[in-house]
Design a protein. Structure first.
Length: 405
């Protein structure tokens, strides 16, 4: 009897050890998620969010007059703007700019015209009166000269002294007559200059009024060419909409993109930008086409970065030319860009969540027929979804995502 017990004792110990192992190490893991080691193409990549833009576009601008110095209106408000995405033809209505400041300007210029017209009439009347008085003075001076000439003729019968005195009086009358004529010419030029100045100002104001009246009509903005209306972004990233101000320094109201070439514009973090090169392939997901994946190529990489809002790090602008594959891609659509750094065929991969770090080693928890075992692994790169496995696992191995206690 004792001999039979000794035979079954090792088997009993094995069974007890197995039950204990299962109880203490796998009880909780049995209910955890399980993933499988797969063999597939492994991609090293970086991702970034972006937005579609047209490589070329036509700007819808404020009227030319507002972009020059002819009218002193620095800013003007957008009163109305068609919905973004509206398809327009050349000459179709796009927007209306607020006419209130232009109308106030027209009122001021009209008042100036009335004032200058009144001043011109007054200047002409004053000139006529002044010149009339000057002409009377000239006639009177001429009469004095003629009178003195008669006296000079009569003085031939007088003494030499009287003749000399009469001659002097004639010369004085002649000089006074010449002075009156010169004064009259000066007065003529002075009055003509004053009238001409007023006429010039009046002409300028009338020309200004014509410009303003045309500007008021031009505040109804029409499409310069056919296309899809896309809103312009302000300096803070917000789209320019109704109520926004436009000026000569930033005159764009909206844009009409050329949809033949679409770019995905994104900002890559400074820690990743060294991996991004012109010409490298990019795989792009567009939110508006969730089932499609588009191909792209890096077109440009900025040399200077700028701070990414809310992330306290710099980003470098990257433009990616997108192959639309016949889809109706439009500027403003959100994109997720995956820059392919390296592609490796037939590699072992596991989800990132299945690999843990313990005592400076990377480990996984492998599910076996005898339970869950801890397995040290060697990895060779990772992306947003998978980690590449170099050693420690085989294809088809099953791993748990939650370490057993």
């Amino acid at each position: 009897m004792k001999r039979r017990l000794w035979i079954f004792l090792p088997l009993a110990l094995v069974i007890m050890a197995f039950v204990g192992y299962r109880f203490f190490l796998t009880d909780e893991a049995d209910d955890a998620g399980v993933v499988e080691v797969i063999r597939d193409k492994f991609e090293r990549y970086i991702t970034s969010m972006g937005e579609l833009e047209a490589h070329r576009s036509t700007d819808i601008l404020i009227p030319d007059v507002l972009r020059g110095d002819a009218v002193r209106i620095r800013q003007i408000v957008i009163n109305d703007l068609v919905k973004e995405g509206t398809i327009v033809k050349k000459g179709d209505y796009v927007a209306t700019l607020n006419p209130s400041e232009v109308e106030e300007y027209i009122k001021r210029v009209s008042e100036n015209i009335d004032m200058f017209e009144a001043n011109l009439e007054k200047a002409k009347m004053d000139s006529s009166i002044n010149l009339s008085q000057s002409r009377d003075d000239i006639r009177q001076a001429l009469d004095n000269v003629l009178d003195m000439e008669v006296k000079v003729e009569q003085s031939v019968y007088e003494s030499k002294a009287v003749q000399r005195q009469t001659q002097i009086q004639l010369e004085m009358a002649q000089r006074k007559y010449e002075q009156k004529k010169r004064n009259y010419q000066k007065q003529q030029r002075k009055n003509a200059l004053a009238v001409r100045r007023i006429e010039n100002r009046l002409k300028e104001e009338k020309e200004q009024l014509d410009v303003l009246l045309q500007l008021k009509a031009d505040l109804i903005i029409k499409a310069p060419t056919s296309g899809v209306v896309v809103y312009v972004r302000e300096w803070n990233g917000e789209k320019r909409k109704v109520g926004a101000r436009v000026s000569r320094w930033d005159p764009r109201i909206a844009i009409l993109p050329d949809l033949s070439t679409i770019l995905s514009v994104t900002y890559v973090k400074e820690i990743d930008v060294t991996n991004v090169k012109v010409g490298m392939p990019v795989k792009i997901k567009i939110d508006a086409f969730p089932k499609e994946e588009f191909e792209g190529t890096v077109r440009t990489v900025a040399n200077i970065g700028k701070e990414i809002a809310g992330q306290f790090l710099n980003g470098f602008k990257v433009e990616i030319e997108v192959d639309p594959k016949g889809a109706g891609l439009l500027p403003g659509m959100t994109s997720v860009n995956r820059f392919i750094i390296q592609e490796m065929e037939d590699e072992l991969m596991v989800p990132r969540e299945a690999v843990f770090v313990k005592d400076s080693f990377q480990i996984v928890y492998k599910k076996t027929p005898l339970g869950i075992v801890r397995q040290k692994v060697e990895t060779g790169g990772e992306n947003d979804e998978f980690i590449r496995i170099l050693d420690g696992l085989e294809e088809g191995d099953k791993l748990v995502l939650i370490p057993p206690e």
